[in-house]
Structure formats: C-alpha cells, structure tokens
Design a binder for this molecule. Structure first.
Ligand SMILES: [Zn+2]
Ligand SMILES: [Zn+2]
Length: 112
C-alpha cells in the first residue's frame, strides 16, 4: 500500500509525494517526504536505502520529515493515519522560505 501526500506552504511551495511501498517491494522501498536544502524543495526519498538521496540533486544531506528538528514548536500530535504514523497535521519547516509554515495533507490512496 502506498499513499500520496500533498505538501503546501504559505510561501507558495507545493509538492505531491508518494509514500510507502507496495506488496512486492515494501521490504526494500519506503518512500517518505524529505527536506532538501540544496533544491529547497520537499522531495521523495527511499528511507530503506542505506544512504537516502535526493532524487533531483543526488545530495545525501536530505532530512526526513520524521526529524523533530523540522517540526514547529506548536507541533500538533495529530497523526495523518492513512499513510504514515509519523506525519502529523502540525507545522513543519519549509525548505523554500525556511519558516515553520509547511503542512501535509491527504492525497490519493493507492491500495495494491
Ligand atoms: Zn535536492
Ligand atoms: Zn514556504
């Protein structure tokens, strides 16, 4: 099972990230939204890789959005259940404007 998550920030940043894996590859593939300071974008990386990389600039300095450093202090402990228990409806750091105004939303769900 995989799910799409939409990313939005007040500065205009928009992204759609596919998370998780599927029945065939879930042991080796676990896509998750990550912060890339080089691209200044939210990117999709495979956390099951030994060294996850940004798919765009190939940097390995990306930070998964499970990292508490990317969470606002007013972080709400409301989990977005469908895809990942560790993404919440609170605010996160935006790679574009560097403010804690980025949020995740439900996208489409894929069952496979
Ligand atoms: Zn990058
Ligand atoms: Zn922003």
């Amino acid at each position: 099972m995989g799910a799409q998550v939409k990313v939005k920030c007040q500065c205009g940043l928009r992204a759609e990230i596919l998370t998780g894996g599927n029945m065939a590859n879930h042991l080796t593939v676990d896509f998750f939204p990550c912060y890339c300071g080089h691209c200044r974008e939210v990117v999709q990386a495979n956390l099951k890789d030994t060294s996850p990389k940004c798919p765009t600039c190939k940097s390995d300095e990306i930070i998964p959005y499970t990292n508490p450093k990317l969470r606002a202090k007013t972080w709400k402990n409301t989990f977005i259940k469908y895809f990942k228990d560790d993404l919440t409806k609170g605010y996160y750091k935006c790679p574009k404007c560097q403010r804690m105004t980025l949020q995740f939303f439900h996208g489409s769900i894929f069952w496979d």
